[in-house]
Design a protein around this ligand. Structure first.
Ligand SMILES: Cc1cc2nc3c(=O)[nH]c(=O)nc-3n(C[C@H](O)[C@H](O)[C@H](O)COP(=O)(O)OP(=O)(O)OC[C@H]3O[C@@H](n4cnc5c(N)ncnc54)[C@H](O)[C@@H]3O)c2cc1C
Length: 449
């Protein structure tokens, strides 16, 4: 397959949800564009996650505005494959010009003229603009404390698939955000002995007074928060749509049989040490949980809503033994631990973008996705414009803003002063009398692959 267009107004890199949303808005506004995806549409949902994963938000919420999930109840949680299928169907709906199986290898700004030259696995193209929609979670990160131990299976949560996929034995799951907590729960239910290393976290109730937390974050304006609250930079969020959706409650997980431990500090000679912060992390998680209930109650009272009271939601189970007397050291061999799953997050990789759009730490410099390098846009990054930016519903709105910006820029750049307009008129007259063949150019139309 070759990239048929040798030049395009706007190139979108990546056809996950961000690339699909971008393409929809550009299509609506009549901006000629092409989306290049190295794998398949929504590949990360298809193959980059564990088998049993479902969306963290219900189907009515975790979707784009213009299409519902086929055959799913609005309050159900779509499986990862249903999410991937959804984006394929979405792209087909408006015939998004997506080329799959084409990797963008390098983007360089043109010297002394407008636009960018893009090296792809299928050849070179030029674009006036490039939208980087390569995802918020590109490169799995395992912290440098990970031990060198050939007898231990160590994988990142991005590589975990199911309990059978791990060798027999106990498992240490490091990180208790939505991924770590769901994987630990699944492993324990499959009969594994599980240690779960819990750091600072938020844990909103799955539902309160009959409404999902996604609804509460929406009406309380939390999804729209433009900046992370100070001190929350290293706080993960623990939510789960698994088994119909439930509140993540670490005490319940401990009563169920998981051994909770504090933040993983270091490994030394087969012994892992944990920080003594478990109780405080759990207590802060409770504070976050209760603060949402309080905010929800205030909202109900102020707006006179008829939502049923939910006293049970305020019952916090007793502290389990592992919180009262936390394990601070664990000999992995004696504990029978044969695997470690690092649910420790992801980083981005923009090494292929050879442009001046990053700060000294390598982070993109941008305003709501509009880069400091004119013509470059970032989409889908956490907190791009607000808390919802990396999530399904949020990226669609950010894409609309970027599409508007592109249209405005195109308008400026297409402006011609009077002398240029006269010169163009003359050329157009000559072109109108030229043979048809001479007007043909290399661009050919493409459909969805
Ligand atoms: C475990 C997990 C569960 C999540 N659950 C939810 C949820 O329930 N609800 C929710 O709203 N969000 C959820 N998210 C967050 C977010 O919705 C997903 O991460 C989503 O995949 C982000 O979409 P994206 O399009 O921005 O990026 P991606 O899905 O990562 O898509 C980027 C695409 O770019 C392609 N690409 C990358 N580099 C290149 C290149 N150089 N050339 C060509 N193509 C390239 C990749 O192949 C990929 O297909 C979850 C995230 C994770 C990790």
């Amino acid at each position: 397959m070759t990239v048929e267009k040798t030049s395009i107004d706007t190139l979108v890199v990546g056809a996950g949800q961000a690339g699909v949303a971008m393409s929809e808005h550009l299509s609506k506004l009549g901006v000629p564009h092409l989306v290049l995806e190295r794998d398949r549409i929504a590949e990360r949902w298809r193959t980059g996650r564990w088998d049993s994963l479902v969306a963290n938000g219900p189907a009515w919420h975790d979707r784009f505005p213009n299409l519902e999930f086929d055959g799913l109840e609005p309050d159900a949680f779509a499986s990862k494959d249903q999410v991937a299928d959804y984006f394929v169907a979405y792209a087909e709906k408006f015939e998004a010009p997506i080329r799959t199986g084409v990797e963008v290898k390098e983007v360089v700004r043109n010297a002394g003229r407008q636009g960018f030259t893009i090296e792809t696995s299928e050849g070179t193209i030029e674009a006036s603009r490039v939208v980087v929609a390569t995802g918020p979670f590109q490169r799995p990160v395992i912290p440098p404390i990970a031990p060198e131990a050939p007898n231990l299976t160590q994988i990142h949560s991005a590589e975990y698939r199911n309990p059978e996929h791990l060798p027999e034995g106990a498992v240490l799951v490091v990180g208790a955000g939505s991924s770590g907590v769901q994987i630990a729960d699944e492993l324990q239910r499959a009969g594994r002995e599980v240690y779960l290393s819990v750091g600072p976290h938020d844990r909103p109730p799955r539902a309160y007074r009959g409404r999902d937390f996604c609804w509460w974050l929406g009406v309380l304006g939390e999804w729209d928060a433009e900046v992370m609250r100070p001190g929350k930079e290293h706080v993960t969020i623990a939510v789960s749509g698994a088994r119909g959706g439930h509140t993540v409650d670490f005490r319940r997980l401990a009563h169920q049989g998981i051994t909770l431990v504090g933040l993983t500090k270091s490994f030394n000679g087969g012994v892992v040490t944990f920080q003594s912060d478990l109780a405080i992390n759990i207590a802060r998680g409770d504070e976050n949980y209760l603060s949402l209930l309080n905010a929800a109650d205030t909202y109900v009272a102020r707006n006179g809503l008829d939502l049923p009271e939910d006293h049970e939601a305020r019952i916090i189970p007793a502290d389990p033994e592992c919180v009262l007397n936390p394990v601070l050291e664990l000999d992995l061999t004696k504990a029978g631990v044969t695997s470690i799953i690092w649910a420790t997050g992801y980083a981005v990789d923009f090494s292929w973008l050879k442009i001046d759009a990053f700060d000294e730490k390598g982070k993109p410099k941008h305003q709501r996705g509009v880069s400091k390098e004119p013509g470059i846009y970032f989409l889908g990054l956490p907190w791009l414009s607000r808390r919802g930016s990396a999530f399904i519903w949020g990226v669609w709105h950010d894409a609309r803003h970027i599409a508007d910006h592109i249209v405005t820029q195109r308008k400026y750049l297409s402006y011609r002063d009077a002398s240029q307009r006269h010169a163009t008129d003359g050329r157009e007259e000559r072109a109108a009398s030229a043979p048809v063949d001479s007007c043909l150019h290399k661009v050919s139309e493409m459909g969805v692959n």
